[in-house]
Design a protein around this ligand. Structure first.
Ligand code: NDP
Ligand code: 2IT
Length: 444
C-alpha cells in the first residue's frame, strides 16, 4: 500500500467519528501524492506524515458560566496546538454549538498550510467551544469569555500561541478575553489578534479576510485572462468574511446579488447594500429578514439557495461543507467561471472535483482566505515593535501577500505537472516550507 494510503487509513482508525478531520487530511494528502512519492523512503522512515497529522498538543477543558437568571451552564473548551515548525501556534477560536474536537482538528490542520502560505512565521492551531453567543446578553457573553480564558490563559502567550476570531468570535469576544488574560497573567502582550484599535489591534484586520479573498480572486482571474470588473457574484454567509468580501467585490466592479445566514438568504438583483448589511449584522446583531426593510425590491428566502442563482463568481463565506455536488452542478450549468473559498472547507470533496473537472477555476480556502491570518501576523509585528501602521500600509502588505499566494500556488501546481489545479498547488506550496522546517528541527 502506498505511504499516503497507509496514513489515511491510520487517521480514520485512530480518530473515529471525526469526519471533517478525515476530509481535510484526505484533501491534503491526496494532492501531495506526487511529492510524497518522490521522497517516500525518507518520509516513511521519519514518520513524517504521521507527525504531520498528529497534533503536538490538544487541550480540552470545562467552561462553567452563569446566565442572567442565575442558571449555571457548562460548555467544553478546546485548543488544538497542531504544528509549531515555522512559528508560534496561530489560529482562531470558533464559538458555535456545532463545535467538537473533530471540527477544531480539521480547522487546525488546514491552518498549518494556510499559515505557511502567508510566508509569515506562524504555526498552526485552532480552538473554540460549543457555546452559542446568539441570543445571549453582553454580560452572559462576558461571563463565558472570562471563564474560557481563565483556563486557556495557562496555555497561550504572545510567543507561544496567539488565538483570534472565527465564527461567533468577533471584536466583542476578543475584548473580553484579552481583558481576562491581562488580569490573570499580569502582562500586556499581543496574546490575541483582532483586538480593538484602542488596545493594540491593527487597522484593516476587520476587513482582511474578505478583502484578501477578493485580492486573490482578482489575481487568479487575471492570470487566466479574465477580469472581475463587470462580473456577477454570489456570496454565502453574512458575517465578518462575507461582509468585507461583498464590499471589496463591489469596489472592484463586481455585482454581488446574494448573502445568507443559517436561516435563509437574500437575493438583491440591484446588488447587495453593504452599509445596510453592516447595520443589520455588526450593529444590531439581527437576522437577514431585516434586509427587506432597507431594500424593498430584494427577496428573502428561507433555507439554502444561494448557489442556484446565475453568477460568474461564487464565494462561499459561511461554513464547512455548505457547497455540495448538486450546487456545483448548478453553478456549472449557469456558467460560473470561478469558485473562491472565503470559509474553511466550504466545498465538499465531490463538489470540488466536479468544479475542477468542468473547468471552473477553484481557489481553496487555505489560500483564498489566508488574508485574515496574514493580517493577524501583521498585528503581531506591530505589537512587537509597539507601533501601529496606517490602514494603507497594512492593506498594501495584505494585497502583496495575497498576490504572492496566488502565484505560489499556481507555480507549485505547474512544477508538478498539475497546471490549474490550485488545490494541489496550495497544498504543495504550504507543505514544502513546513516539511523543510520539520526536517531541520529533528524528530520532535
Ligand atoms: P461569522 O460568525 O462572522 O459569520 C458566520 C456566517 O456564516 C454567518 O452568516 C452565519 O449565519 C453563517 N453560518 C455559520 N455557521 C453556519 C451553518 N452551520 N450553516 C449556515 N450558515 C452558517 O464568522 P466569519 O465570517 O468570521 O467566518 C466565516 C467562515 O470564514 C468560517 O468558515 C471561518 O472559519 C472562515 N474564516 C474566517 C476568518 C476570519 O478572519 N474571521 C479567516 C479565515 C477563514 P448565522 O449568523 O445564522 O449563524
Ligand atoms: O481561519 C482562520 O484563518 C481564522 N479564523 C483567522 C485566524 C487568525 O489567527 O487570524
Amino acid at each position: 500500500m502506498s505511504y499516503v494510503d497507509e496514513v489515511l487509513e491510520k487517521v480514520v482508525a485512530k480518530n473515529p467519528a471525526e469526519p471533517e478531520f478525515h476530509q481535510a487530511v484526505k484533501e491534503v494528502l491526496e494532492s501531495l501524492r506526487v511529492v510524497v512519492e518522490a521522497n517516500e523512503e525518507k518520509f516513511r522512515r521519519d514518520a513524517l506524515l504521521e507527525r504531520l497529522v498528529e497534533p503536538e498538543r490538544q487541550i480540552k477543558f470545562r467552561v462553567p458560566w452563569v446566565d442572567d437568571k442565575g442558571q449555571v451552564h457548562v460548555n467544553t473548551g478546546y485548543r488544538v496546538q497542531f504544528n509549531s515548525a515555522i512559528g508560534p501556534y496561530k489560529g482562531g477560536l470558533r464559538l458555535h454549538p456545532s463545535v467538537n474536537l473533530g471540527i477544531i482538528k480539521f480547522l487546525g490542520f488546514e491552518q498549518i498550510f494556510k499559515n505557511s502560505l502567508t510566508g509569515l512565521p506562524i504555526g498552526g492551531g485552532k480552538g473554540g467551544s460549543d457555546f452559542d453567543p446568539k441570543g445571549k446578553s453582553d454580560r452572559e457573553v462576558m461571563a463565558f469569555c472570562q471563564s474560557f480564558m481563565t483556563e486557556l490563559s495557562k496555555y497561550i502567550g504572545a510567543d507561544e500561541d496567539v488565538p483570534a476570531g472565527d465564527i461567533g468570535t468577533g471584536a466583542r469576544e476578543i475584548g473580553y478575553m484579552f481583558g481576562q488574560y491581562k488580569r490573570i497573567r499580569g502582562t500586556y502582550e499581543g496574546v490575541l489578534t483582532g483586538k480593538g484599535l484602542s488596545y493594540g489591534g491593527s487597522l484593516a484586520r476587520t476587513e482582511a479576510t474578505g478583502y484578501g479573498l477578493l485580492y486573490l480572486t482578482e489575481e487568479l482571474l487575471k492570470i487566466n485572462g479574465k477580469d472581475i470588473n463587470g462580473m456577477t457574484a454570489v456570496v454565502s454567509g453574512s458575517g465578518n468574511v462575507a461582509i468585507y468580501a461583498v464590499e471589496k467585490a463591489q469596489q472592484l466592479g463586481a455585482k454581488v446579488v446574494t448573502v445568507s445566514d443559517s436561516n435563509g438568504w437574500v437575493y438583491d438583483p440591484e446588488g447587495i447594500d453593504v452599509e445596510a448589511l453592516k447595520e443589520i449584522k455588526e450593529v444590531n446583531r439581527a437576522r437577514l429578514t431585516e434586509y427587506r426593510k432597507y431594500r424593498p425590491n430584494s427577496e428573502y428566502h428561507e433555507g439554502r439557495g444561494v448557489w442556484s442563482v446565475k453568477a460568474d463568481l461564487a464565494l462561499p463565506c459561511a461554513t464547512q461543507n455548505e457547497l455540495h455536488l448538486e450546487d456545483a452542478k448548478q453553478l456549472v450549468a449557469n456558467g460560473c467561471v470561478a469558485v473562491c473559498e472565503g470559509a474553511n472547507m466550504p466545498t465538499t470533496l465531490e463538489a470540488t472535483e466536479y468544479l475542477q473537472a468542468n473547468g471552473v477555476l477553484f481557489a481553496p480556502g487555505k489560500a483564498a482566505n489566508a488574508g485574515g491570518v496574514a493580517t493577524s501576523a501583521l498585528e503581531m509585528s506591530q505589537n512587537s515593535e509597539r507601533l501601529s501602521w496606517s490602514f494603507e500600509e497594512v492593506d498594501e502588505k495584505l494585497k502583496e501577500i495575497m498576490v504572492n499566494i496566488c502565484h505560489n500556488m499556481d507555480d507549485a501546481a505547474k512544477r508538478y505537472g498539475m497546471e490549474g489545479n490550485y488545490v494541489a498547488g496550495a497544498n504543495i506550496a504550504g507543505f514544502e516550507k513546513v516539511v523543510d522546517a520539520m526536517n531541520a528541527q529533528g524528530i520532535v
